[in-house]
Design a protein around this ligand. Structure first.
Ligand SMILES: [Zn+2]
Length: 82
């Protein structure tokens, strides 16, 4: 099973070995590293892990830029005192 094949897109449905069919999956944040985050894909049918995805810092910045267009979140401003 080559896990690289779905590295670059957000999966909504993956083949589950236990269920023997393609199942909807949910994404779970597995690990946070300094330069990337690793997400685990869990089968919604049996709960087993069916895939992994890595999000690099670059990808996350892009996602944040996209999200910023949809939601107006207040930015935290760090003011430097002279
Ligand atoms: Zn399953």
């Amino acid at each position: 099973m080559n896990q690289q094949q779905f590295e670059n897109f957000t999966a909504s449905s993956l083949y589950c070995e236990k269920c023997k069919t393609s199942m909807p999956v949910r994404e779970r944040l597995l690990l946070v590293l300094p330069d990337r985050e690793i997400f685990d894909y869990l089968c919604t049918g049996c709960g087993s892990s069916v895939g992994r995805r890595e999000v690099t810092a670059g990808d996350r910045l892009m996602a944040q830029a996209m999200a910023a267009r949809h939601s107006r979140r207040a930015a935290t401003v760090h003011q430097l005192t002279p």
